[in-house]
Design a protein around this ligand. Sequence first.
Ligand code: PRT
Ligand code: ZN
Length: 286
Amino acid sequence: MAELLRLAIQKSGRLFEGTQALLKECDIEFSAGKSSLKSRAFDFPVEFYFLRDDDIPTYVADGVADAGIVGLNALKESGAEVTIADPLGFGRCRLSLAVPKGVAYTEVASLAGKRIATSHPRILRDFLKDKGVGAHIHELAGSVEIAPSIGLAEAVCDLVSTGSTLASNGLIEVETVLLSEAVLITRKNLPTAQQGILDQLIFRARAVRKARHNKYIMLNAPTDALDRIIALIPGATSPSIMPLAKKGWSSLHSVVSDHDFWEVIGSLKAAGAEGILVLPIEKMIA
Ligand code: PRT
Ligand code: ZN
C-alpha cells in the first residue's frame, strides 16, 4: 500500500472551515460525513483524522497522527512535544487578559492576589510566573467571559478575535498573553516517506498563502513613464512589458502586494498609468 500522511484536523468548529479552504486551494479535497472519523484525500496521499482541537497535539506527539492543524493556543496549552512545521495564516486570535469596565488596571501586577478565570491555565501560569505576579487561576472549560459577573473571578484570560464578546460582557482587554493562529504541527522523527508528503503539503500551502497576499496587475502607460512605474511595482522578478498598437505606449504586467495596495494604485495613476486591471492570483511559487 502506498505511504500516507495521517493528518489530524478539527472535526468541526472555528478551524474547520479555514482548514478545508486552505486544503482545497492546495487541490487537496476530501469528503467528510458528519459521523466519519477518517477520510482519505482524493489525489493526494493524506488520510485525515477528524478530532477535537484539544486532542490534536497529543495525538501527534504520541505518533497516532503524523501531523495536525491546530491553534497555537491549543498547542501551547497542551504542552505536547511536537514540531511546528509552518504557520498557516488563518484562525488568528489572541489570548488576552480582561477586567470589568471601571476596575483600576495599570499593569499585570494589578492582578496580584486576584482570581483569573481561563480555559488556558498552563499558558496563563507561565505568563504570570514570567511577570512575577501571584494570582489564583480558576480553570473553566468554557464561557470564561461570564465569570466576573457571577462573582467567580476578578479577571479573565480568554481568546479574543473581534473583541465583541468581551465588550458585551462589560470587560476591557488589558494585556495580550499570546498571539495565535492555526499552525501545522508534526511528530518528531517523521519517517522519510511521510516527511516527503509533508514537504509537498507545505510547498502547496506556501504557494497558496503567498498568492492570497498578492495581486496580478496589468496597466497601460506612456513608454517614457515606465521607469517611474516599474519603481512602484517591481514584481516578483521583473515586470513584463509589451508595446501597444498606440505609438509611444506600453502595457505592463506585474505583481503587487495587498499590503499597501491602494496607495500603490494611487501612485501608479499619478505616474501616468491608465486602464489598470487587477486580478487575483491562485498560486504563487517563488
Ligand atoms: O469542539 P472542539 O474542542 O474541537 O472546539 P472548541 O470549541 O474547543 O474550539 P473552537 O472551535 O471554538 O476554536 C478552535 C480554535 O479557533 C481556538 O483554539 C483558536 O485557536 C481559534 N479561534 C480563533 C478562536 C477564536 N478565534 C475565538 N474568537 N477560538 C475561540 N474564540 C472564542 C473566544 O473563546 C470567545 O468566546 O470566540 C469568542 C470571542 O470572539 P470575539 O470575536 O467576540 O472576540
Ligand atoms: Zn476544544
